[in-house]
Design a protein around this ligand. Structure first.
Ligand code: GLV
Ligand code: MN
Ligand code: MN
Length: 416
C-alpha cells in the first residue's frame, strides 16, 4: 500500500457534521431521533444520502425493497464490490448513532478516498439497508434477510404495520420502491461499523470492538384471551384476567433468561390491552417476546422453557394463550479472515481493542450467511441505545471509521 493510503485518516469533523446534520430528520425534543422506516422522515434522510452519494461521484441504485447502494468504481470491475454500510432508520425513541454511524462512516470513507485521489482495485459499494430496526414492520433487518433469501421480496412487500399499511404501500408513498431486483447487487464481502449498544467497551476502556459473533434471535407474537368482566363485582377467584396472566409470563421470561444466563436475554417489549378500561378486567391482550442468545442450544432451551411456562400459566388461569414464533435468526459467527482484517486494521492504527459478541442484530449478521462479513464496534455512553439518550464520542466514531476504512482498503486493495 502506498504511504498516502497507509497514513490515511478520515475527516472526523466532516463525519461528526454529517451525523448531526442528518439527526435533524426526525429530531425529538429530548435530543433523540424518531425516524421509523419508510416514513416521511426516512424519505428526508434518504434524499440527503442519495444526494451526498451522487455528489461523491457514486452511482446510486435502489432495490425493490428500498435498500440503497452507492457504487464507487474500482480498477477491476469484473469483481463485485466490497460492501460497507448500515441503516438510517431508527427506533420510535431512538438515538443519533444506531445505524447512522455505520452508514455515514461509509460515505465519509468514500469522501476521504476521493480527496486523496485513491483508486481501489475492487469497487466499493456503500449501503443503506431498509428497516433494520423492525419496530414498524417485522422482522428486523428485513431487507438484508430478503437479500440473502430468508424471505421472498413479495412476502416482505406484503408485511403490514400496526395501521395496516404494507411495505409496498409505504415504499410507494415515499418513492423508494426501486427497479433493481433484491439480490442483484452482489458483494465480495461486507463490513459494518456500529456503536456497541452495550457496556463492555466503555467499562474496559477499549476504543474498538472486533466483532466475531452475534446473538441469535427468537421473536414471538402472543395473544391472551381471558374474559372481560366487571372490576367491582367479579370475585377474585372467578376472574380470567389477561393482564394478570401477562404479568406472570413477563416474570417467567425474566427467570428463564436468568436461568440460562449470562448468555441469554428475554424481553416482553409490547403489550396492548384490546379495550382498556379502568373498571373492566382485561379480557384480551396482544404482546411480543424477544429472546436472544449467542448459543444455539440455549436458544432451543429458551424456546422450550418459554412454551412450557406459558402453557402452565394459561392452564392455571383458565385463559387461552397463543404464542407464534414469527422470526428465528441463528447465532452469527463472522468470517474469521474478515475478523482478522478488522483486528489488523485496529492494531495498525494503534487503537486499543478486544473481540466482542454483538448483543444486537445487524444486517451484517444476515449478509454473513452468503458472503464473508465482519463488524467494527465503538463504545457508546453508559452502553445505552434504543433510547434518545444514546451518545458516543467524536474521537471514538472517527476511530471506528478509520478502522472501517483500513479494513476496506485491505480487502479492496489499493490500485498502483
Ligand atoms: C435491532 O436493532 C435489534 O437488534 O433488534
Ligand atoms: Mn442498528
Ligand atoms: Mn437498533
Amino acid at each position: 500500500m502506498s504511504r498516502a493510503a497507509t497514513n490515511l485518516q478520515i475527516d472526523s469533523a466532516r463525519l461528526w457534521g454529517a451525523i448531526h446534520e442528518t439527526a435533524q430528520f426526525g429530531a425529538t425534543p429530548k435530543g433523540g431521533v424518531r425516524r421509523l422506516t419508510l416514513s416521511a422522515e426516512d424519505k428526508q434522510v434518504r434524499d440527503w444520502f442519495r444526494k451526498a452519494c451522487e455528489d461523491a461521484g457514486l452511482e446510486v441504485q435502489v432495490d425493490a425493497l428500498g435498500s440503497m447502494f452507492g457504487l464507487r468504481k474500482g480498477r477491476d470491475m469484473s469483481k463485485p464490490p466490497i460492501g460497507v454500510g448500515s441503516h438510517l432508520d431508527t427506533q420510535p425513541t431512538g438515538g443519533k448513532y444506531d445505524g447512522v454511524l455505520g452508514t455515514l462512516a461509509a460515505l465519509e470513507m468514500v469522501r476521504t478516498l476521493n480527496d486523496a485521489g485513491i483508486e481501489t482495485e475492487l469497487p466499493i459499494c456503500i449501503c443503506n439497508w431498509t428497516n433494520e430496526e423492525g419496530s414498524r414492520f417485522a422482522p428486523a433487518m428485513m431487507a438484508s434477510a430478503a437479500y440473502v433469501g430468508d424471505f421472498t421480496t413479495d412476502d416482505i412487500l406484503s408485511r403490514k404495520d400496526a395501521e395496516g399499511v404494507t411495505v409496498a404501500q409505504a415504499l410507494d408513498t415515499i418513492g423508494y420502491r426501486g427497479d433493481a431486483p433484491v439480490g442483484r447487487q452482489k458483494f465480495t464481502s461486507f463490513v459494518e461499523l456500529h456503536i456497541e449498544q452495550g457496556p463492555i467497551l466503555e467499562a474496559e476502556n477499549k476504543t474498538i470492538g472486533v466483532v466475531d459473533s452475534g446473538q441469535g434471535v427468537l421473536w414471538y407474537d402472543g395473544k391472551i384471551t381471558g374474559f372481560e368482566s366487571h372490576a367491582g363485582s367479579t370475585p377474585m377467584p372467578l376472574r380470567r384476567d389477561a393482564l394478570a396472566t401477562l404479568s406472570e409470563i413477563v416474570l417467567a421470561m425474566e427467570s428463564i433468561a436468568k436461568k440460562h444466563g449470562p448468555k441469554a436475554v428475554g424481553t416482553i417489549g409490547e403489550a396492548v390491552i384490546a379495550a382498556p378500561s379502568r373498571n373492566v378486567i382485561p379480557g384480551e391482550i396482544a404482546f411480543t417476546v424477544d429472546c436472544r442468545s449467542a448459543d444455539a442450544a440455549i436458544m432451543d432451551a429458551l424456546d422450550r422453557d418459554l412454551r412450557a411456562a406459558v402453557s402452565e400459566i394459561a392452564a392455571k388461569r383458565k385463559v387461552e394463550v397463543q404464542l407464534d414464533l414469527v422470526w428465528r435468526k441463528a447465532p452469527t459467527h463472522f468470517d474469521p479472515k474478515l475478523v482478522d482484517a478488522v483486528e489488523n486494521a485496529a492494531k495498525q492504527l494503534g487503537y486499543s481493542h478486544r473481540r466482542i459478541t454483538s448483543g444486537a442484530g445487524h444486517d451484517a449478521c444476515n449478509l454473513n450467511t452468503v458472503m464473508p462479513a465482519a463488524m467494527v464496534f465503538v463504545p457508546c455512553k453508559d452502553g445505552i441505545s434504543h433510547n434518545e439518550l444514546e451518545d458516543a464520542k467524536q474521537t471514538d466514531c472517527a476511530a471506528g471509521a478509520n478502522v472501517l476504512m483500513h479494513t476496506v482498503l485491505a480487502l479492496a486493495g489499493v490500485a498502483s
